[in-house]
Design a protein around this ligand. Sequence first.
Ligand code: FMN
Length: 354
Amino acid sequence: MSVLPTQLGPLKLESPVALAPMAGYTDSPMRRIARRYGAGLVFSEMLSAEGTLRRNRKTLELARFTQEERPIVLQYFVVSPIVAAKVAKILEELEPDGLDLNFGCPVRKIVQNSGGAALLKDIPLLSKIVEASVNATRLPVSAKIRCGWDEHSQNAVEVARAAAEGGASWVTVHARTRSEFRAGSAHWEWIGEVKQKVAIPVIGNGDVKTAEDAIALQKQTGCDAVMVGRSAIGNPFIFREANALFSGSGPLPLPTPRERFQAVNQQMAWMMDLFGEEHAVRRFRKHAIGYLRDLPHSAVIRNRVIRLPNACDVLSILEEYFFSLPDSSASCGSTLGESASSDRDKLTETAQGL
Ligand SMILES: Cc1cc2nc3c(=O)[nH]c(=O)nc-3n(C[C@H](O)[C@H](O)[C@H](O)COP(=O)(O)O)c2cc1C
């Protein structure tokens, strides 16, 4: 099977595997690492429309990207068509490759203000927001949705159709309802429904934990691309592994200790450039947890790394640890050692406490 390259509206992607938008994670260094290891498309974390409108320094910092990240899509959440149009114009000035509207955020603060997933309950307004954004920019505009608000209102097909009618170039379906947040298993069958019934390209998202899952999701649903979120944290290798399977060149060996260290070192260096050492080291902790996930006896290393204040010490401990692993053990994933919990939910929960 080969689905390379992939077309999403006007965007031609080298790979059908995208990095998901993840607030607090998908900063420019993580996006660069993902692209370097083969992600076909990356998204910024969601930007506040209000912050963008006020040209708030912090919001615009989140929107900054480097050429190496292209193709990059900037995502925002917004509740009004007029504001959506203004935000689209402002973000267009930054020259990303596309804009994405967030209709999936389940967080109470956002939905109480009628944003994110709340718009799944107001399809006419959602369609107007898409239309206003599309009319305001020459960039492709996409929508990221969920299956519905809850199990009694699973309306992914109607929502995706409304987004298509509003002019969206593609739709990303996170195959859970708002009330499921990120728990439980994703309902991939909804991605297949949308793909069958709606004319625009579809990115499938939810529970792609391995390269094999990416293939399975594409096969099961016929979606045009797949999106990886939590499983790409500290694991940019998933992109090249999935690409190898998609292109038919077979499974790749898992990353060697040297490759793991190179990725860690590079990501930290980019983070230090962007944030300065103190902030970079604090922010890097949650990525370090990802890099150590499922490796033998890594809990003790993780506990040391999340307490260290300077980059040099963090990198030396990780370097020493990775190079202490025999190639084969580092490649065995959760089959060896203590299996530092392959539970991705725990990963983001622990990291959010950092
Ligand atoms: C920490 C975190 C932050 C997230 N932030 C965003 C966001 O800013 N915008 C968005 O559309 N989705 C966001 N998501 C949802 C992901 O994009 C994705 O839809 C979800 O994690 C399911 O994919 P996965 O199972 O591959 O992780 C976030 C998810 C996590 C774990």
